[in-house]
Write a protein that binds this ligand. Sequence first.
Ligand SMILES: *Cc1c(COP(=O)(O)O)cnc(C)c1O
Length: 232
Amino acid sequence: MENYAERFDAVRARIAEAAQKSGRRPEDIELVAVSKQQPPEVIRAAAEESGQALFGESRVQEARVKQSLLPSRLRWHFIGHLQKNKIRAALGSFELFHGVDSLETARQMQRIAEEAGQRPRVLLEVNVAGEATKFGFAPGALEAGVEELVGLDRLTIEGLMCIPPPQPEAEDARKFFVLLRELRDRLETAARVGLPQLSMGMSHDYPVAVEEGATLVRVGTALFGERVRSEQ
Ligand SMILES: *Cc1c(COP(=O)(O)O)cnc(C)c1O
């Protein structure tokens, strides 16, 4: 049996340490426990032992099955790529969508949310390293499209999210986190909106992300151990 209380406390302690180091308050950073590919009984045990309530999932169907089996006090964020044909099913199931990654997806969400009477909270995913294989807005495209995005009145856009390419050292990811924060600052000025949330940092590099302003860190492996099935 894993000792979830210890693992979660260790991650929380490193978040607090990184926050203090950079003059931030630990309570301004929320830990999203990434539970994708973890079975419901693992999530139940982790929640009970550690007191964690917030979990992140990257597949709509998988998440909805888990939600139906687990206590309703648990809170769920969607952290994956949202396929257009899954938007309707996903809308009422997550309190925050981290990975809205194109204008097309945002427009579809707006339309479906209007039909369904929903007001989803979203973060915009930025392709910070310009990787051809990754989803997300190019920084320039976001600066060009931000006026339209903030005009989608059904969406509450709360900030930005990124998944930098894997780096040999956590420190090497810092430049991508800085890029995301500085882009956020420019968008706030250009569109005269508040974008308080920065979702950045995973098991390998979350302390660096916290030092650079993350308000949400998405941590899986450091809490649950290696996932059994390979990453989607
Ligand atoms: C899987 C995943 C994570 C967690 O990654 P770990 O390296 O296990 O911490 C974070 N964010 C996203 C978007 C993911 O898909």
